[in-house]
Write a protein that binds this ligand. Structure first.
Ligand code: 4AD
Ligand code: MG
Length: 452
């Protein structure tokens, strides 16, 4: 009798060891025909759960998908069954069981549990089906577990990886410019100032000037950094902190710059379509539409854009800036991005190269995403004439002190060069067809929000 008990205890101990030792698999690996009849281990979080007549039906999620697990009284130790009835939404669990085909289950398969281990119980989860946008932003640290946010994050990673690979394959070197700077490449009204020891510095708006300095040794460089803009207006396209993919290259003119942009963007989108078609479908974005993104993209002069907008009833004329509304009209009927080129000088920063064919304009381009999404890239050929740069900085009322080093770059072996900056959350918003840019980043920073 005693012996029987101790054999049983040893057997139970062994079982526990086996449960811990069983190879855990991802949900995606478990959902396949050749797993049917096999014993598997899966772990994750409870996505939804219900019980009826001595069976618990729990749907588990992990980063790779959803799978239904059935826990039947009698098929698992009593304590395990008890745990499974108590495990609520978002509890973390480990399961061992056999894979079976079941047409009604998500993905077509289920795991029939032989063990059920509650790892971390969950209190009543504060996010239920219909919640206000504000509440979801307050609970962002929990909302990022949602399937939509998970899909967006994966697509973003895939776009960025596609970009990095393209740069690598085309001879660019990744570099690390500073985030704390003394220069203002873009609009001075959107600078974030910070106390830097005993002086004032700024959070970087763009790595451009530093990338320009690196082309003299590396020729073709790129960087992926956070950029900061103190945008006071609330819009669905602006963040105060966003991720910026920027490139700079020696011996490249404005046309060459646009070729790089269209190839890069096509490569990024191609990568996301090939790696993330399930995630795109989950977001109701048809991957077939994105397969059309291949170079070349149309080029439209600013002047032509104005004529087009006037015909569509916009009250614009030479010198009008293109805002979200105008960019929407320009792109809403397009399936592929378009470049708007040669903007009037007064609309763009001081560092751009004058257009020799029309001195009112610069050799620059903005790339607008189709379907109404608008600007995703700003780029230009760079001015190499220091006298012109100094004149423009003076006109802007800038002190030249912080720019001496930038002016130096033109004194020692200056070369024609160009570059651009791509807003990573902007391309994600378009590719994922999001209504608001804040959903393209886990923790959006806007004028109203630094929590969580
Ligand atoms: O057009 P921008 O201001 O250009 C520059 O910063 C250049 N110095 C880049 C360069 O040539 N290296 O910004 C570039 C891109 C925009 O096209 C847009 O996609 C994104 O950065 N962007 C923003 N994204 C999110 N929130 C904001 N507030 C953004 N401001 C610009
Ligand atoms: Mg711009």
């Amino acid at each position: 009798m005693e012996l029987d008990k101790s054999i049983a205890a040893v057997a139970k101990g062994l079982y526990a060891v086996v449960l811990f030792c069983i190879q855990m698999q991802s949900i995606k690996e478990v959902l396949s025909k050749d797993q049917v009849g096999k014993k598997v281990g899966v772990r994750g979080w409870i996505y939804r759960t219900r019980s009826s007549g001595g069976i618990v039906f729990a749907v588990l999620r992990d980063s790779t998908g959803l799978v239904q697990v059935t826990v039947k009284k009698g098929a698992v130790p009593d304590a395990d069954f008890e745990s499974s009835t108590k495990a609520g939404i978002e509890s973390s669990v480990e399961i061992e069981g056999e894979v079976a085909e079941d047409k009604r289950a998500p993905g077509g398969y289920e795991v029939r549990a032989s063990r059920f281990k509650l790892v971390g119980a969950s209190e009543a989860f504060p996010i239920t089906e219909y919640q206000s946008t504000e509440l979801l932003l307050d609970l962002r640290h929990l909302w990022i577990r949602s399937r939509e946010q998970t899909a967006v994050t994966k697509i973003k990673a895939s776009l960025v990886r596609g970009g990095r690979e393209w740069f690598h394959d085309n001879g660019y070197t990744e570099v690390n410019p500073p985030i704390v700077t003394g220069v203002c490449p873009e609009d001075s009204t959107t600078l974030f100032q910070l106390k830097y020891f005993d002086r004032i510095a700024y959070l970087s708006q763009s790595a451009q000037f530093y990338l320009e300095s690196l082309i003299y040794s590396l020729e073709k460089v790129y960087a992926i950094t956070p950029s900061f803009r103190a945008e006071k207006s609330r819009t669905p396209r602006h963040l105060a902190e966003y991720w910026h993919m920027e490139m700079e290259a020696a011996w490249v003119d404005n046309d060459g710059n646009m070729k790089v942009q269209e190839e890069l963007v096509s490569a990024m989108v191609r990568n996301a379509v090939s790696e993330c078609s399930d995630e795109l479908k989950l977001l109701k974005r048809d991957p077939a539409t994105l397969k059309k993104i291949e170079p070349p993209f149309d080029r439209m002069k600013y002047e032509e854009a104005m004529e087009f907008l006037q015909k569509k009833g916009h009250d614009v004329s030479w010198g009008s800036d293109l805002g979200a509304v105008e960019e929407r009209t320009l792109t809403v009927d397009r399936e592929v991005p378009v470049f708007v080129i040669n903007y009037p000088k007064e609309l763009k920063p001081f560092y751009m190269k004058e257009n020799p064919e029309d001195s009112r304009t610069y050799k620059n381009s903005d790339m607008l995403a189709p379907e109404g999404f608008g600007e995703i890239i700003g780029g230009s050929e760079r001015e190499t004439d220091n006298a012109l740069i100094i004149e423009r900085l003076r006109d802007k009322g800038e002190s030249l002190d912080s720019y001496q080093w930038y002016l130096d770059l033109r004194k020692y072996g200056s070369v024609p060069h160009s570059g651009f900056g791509l807003g990573i959350e902007r391309i994600v918003t378009w590719v994922c067809k999001l209504e608001h840019i804040r959903d393209a980043i886990p923790y959006p920073r806007t004028v109203a929000r630094v929590y969580p």
